[in-house]
Design a protein around this ligand. Structure first.
Ligand code: SF4
Ligand code: SF4
Length: 367
């Protein structure tokens, strides 16, 4: 039986090819979403899509190919068409995964700040920020706390990687744990730094009374402005594509800092994915390399010398891959915090090399 998303694509797609214009995966397939849906999408195709949503944003017929591929991922997991456990090194609900082991190995420890007492409001930095930039994580928390905006920091994952991988049961368990924690600690408000967490948490808690905010709306007011030279361009993140909450707030905050902003061909609603979406780099690193190169060309055409991201996953995807362009996280600029995440992905790769690396890998993959 075909799923709702697939039926909808078959019935409504006009095979105009507009969605394939800027999608390397659809271009590579050489078929329209309807044609793929009719003949049946393979598991390998579903995991080649970055779930970025650009196709749905440009489709005039209201077709959502992204949802079709996401559904197919869930189906592939439940039918055991993919050895999803081979990717357990990135499951955030396992004690030892690549990020938690990186933190252990790098001496990154939030036990002092994450004690955890009941709190009306918590800062929720998200896995990638808290793993690869402890300096930004701690500084953001300090500023939020000293301004009275929050009391505690909650170093948990929002579950998005499980969602992207198609792991429905694990995702449901994680959501229940998050809800339980919020209830037990009387949390009424979460301040997020990552667009992935922001929208994911909003979905999880939509029926409950929990306010989700971004760090930019809470911190923006008390930042002093200073003169900044150069031309900045902003890489918008896929989860922010439809509503543009982070995109607007980050642009406004940078303008208040006197940053000259230039726009790339693909921005805001039409942004292109960095390759972190859908964990694409674990399944199709070749497509990711190509998209990073495309983005680099866009930055140069826009005449910018600094690429600013507001999602640490995007920033790290571009870090070191754009000669002549400085790649920074928006919070580094706004809070004037020294960059500690440069080369973090290389360090994570090196962590797993040699004899010690083999032992760590065994620990990460242990059942
Ligand atoms: S999904 Fe939409 S944009 Fe893509 S080919 Fe079909 S009608 Fe055109
Ligand atoms: S979600 Fe992104 S990668 Fe997937 S088909 Fe749509 S545009 Fe292409």
């Amino acid at each position: 039986m075909k799923s709702d998303g697939i039926e909808h694509a078959i019935d409504n797609c006009m095979e105009c090819d507009i969605c394939a214009t800027d999608c390397l995966f659809l271009r590579e397939s050489g078929e329209s979403p309807a044609a793929m849906a009719r003949r049946g999408i393979t598991a390998s195709e579903a995991y080649s899509c970055s779930l970025c949503g650009l196709c749905a944003a440009v489709c005039q017929q209201g077709v959502n190919p992204m949802e079709m591929f996401a559904e197919r991922r869930r189906e592939a997991v439940s039918n055991n068409e993919i050895e999803i456990d081979d990717y357990r090194y990135m499951f955030p609900d396992r004690i030892n995964n690549v990020m938690s082991v990186y933190r252990q190995e790098s001496g990154i420890d939030y036990s002092e700040t994450d004690s955890f007492k009941d709190a009306d409001t918590c800062f929720f930095p998200g896995c990638t920020l808290m793993t690869y930039s402890p300096a930004l994580t701690i500084e953001t928390f300090k500023r939020l706390k000293s301004s009275g905006a929050c009391q505690e920091m909650w170093t948990e994952c929002c579950g998005k990687p499980l969602n992207q991988l198609g792991l429905q049961q694990r995702l449901e368990n994680m959501h229940n744990n998050l809800k339980q924690f919020v209830k037990e600690h009387n949390i009424k408000r979460l301040i997020t730094a990552c667009p992935g967490c922001y929208y994911e948490l909003r979905d999880i808690f939509k029926a409950d009374e929990l306010k989700i905010q971004t760090v930019y709306e809470v911190l923006a007011a008390d930042n002093p402005t200073h003169n900044t030279t150069g031309r900045y361009t902003i890489h918008d993140s896929c989860p922010d594509r439809s509503e543009g909450v982070f995109g607007r707030q980050v642009r406004r905050a940078l303008e208040q800092q006197n940053c000259a902003i230039v726009e790339m061909t693909h921005s805001r609603r039409n942004t292109i994915c960095c390759g972190s979406g859908g964990q694409q780099s674990h399944f199709r690193p070749d497509l990711v390399d190509e998209v990073v190169q495309m983005r680099h060309e866009e930055v140069k055409r826009a005449g910018a010398d600094t690429l600013v991201g507001y999602c640490m996953s995007c920033v790290l995807k571009y870090d070191g891959k754009m000669p002549g362009v400085s790649v920074v996280h928006a919070l580094s600029l706004l809070l004037d915090v020294e960059v500690d995440y440069k080369g973090a992905k290389d360090r994570a790769g090196k962590m797993l090399s040699g004899t010690h690396g083999e032992q760590l890998w065994e620990k990460i993959m242990a059942e």
